[in-house]
Design a protein around this ligand. Sequence first.
Ligand SMILES: C[S@@+](CC[C@H](N)C(=O)[O-])C[C@H]1O[C@@H](n2cnc3c(N)ncnc32)[C@H](O)[C@@H]1O
Length: 306
Amino acid sequence: MPGEVLQALNIRPAGVYADFTAGGGSHSRAILEQLDQNGRLIAGDRDQSAVQAATTTLTSVGAQAAWEVRHRSFGDLADELVREGIMLDGMLADLGVSSHQLDTPERGYSYKADGPLDMRMDVAQGETASDIVNLRTADELTDIFRRYGEERHARRIADYLVKRRNTRPFFRTLDLADAVATAMPAAARREAQHPARRVFQALRIEVNSELAQLEHLLDRVPALMRDRGRVLFITFHSLEDRLVKRAMTVWQSPCDCPRHLPCTCGQKPLGKQLNRGGVTAGETELKQNRRSKSARLRIFEIRKEQ
Ligand SMILES: C[S@@+](CC[C@H](N)C(=O)[O-])C[C@H]1O[C@@H](n2cnc3c(N)ncnc32)[C@H](O)[C@@H]1O
């Protein structure tokens, strides 16, 4: 949604902006093109190949403003900016995986194309999806599928995978997708969406600690933002969206004193939510990018001096 994002950021040409999820760099480029020689853009991504892609995109702008792309998770980048005393006029986090990551079978996100069962955004760090499927207990897998995939048949699938891996562990995406489909009741297998969709989402969230990362970034927002700065989050599923919505509600109304009593907590609002329900992709965007169907943009404006 580069058009909506640009409009919502309400860019000041001499401002400082952060794009925490640079991906291929199209949002970063749109921001950079609006900045003058006093402006600054800090972009980041935890995927080294995205850092390279965004750097190439931004180099082609021939910008007047200062810019850089850092190889960081957004939790770490937010901490780093706070430590460096950098205050932002606007920030964007376009969550989840990029089309490029999804469409590269070697990254292991796809249940439709064969590849290694990896799913790490930063391939230098942490457990792969294969480690999780082959090493966690049936109870742990059930919890992951239920919590992060909202999968109704979590227990049944986990039990099936644990039994199967004793003779043949899981290393490939299509092997796992087939096993998940086999474990499901026949009626669930006939649903319009792929039967392994929710299990793949759950594993991806677990592998990349996606919700913990998001909570970390949301915690840092108050310390990072200047007055009148705009905070933008694009979410792709209800688990992410719930966290962003809850944080923005608290930023807007932090006082939790009983309604019928005078406020004694002294907590001041951080600003205002500009679109309570969030913006979803328009028709043109949907035609160009099928995945934008589930995207929701939430916008918050910081008002420190109210
Ligand atoms: C939907 S894509 C962003 C696309 C980007 N806005 C563009 O214009 O091309 C999401 C990106 O966020 C990155 N990402 C996801 N979680 C992250 C995290 N915790 N820290 C840093 N980058 C993350 C992914 O590696 C991916 O490149």
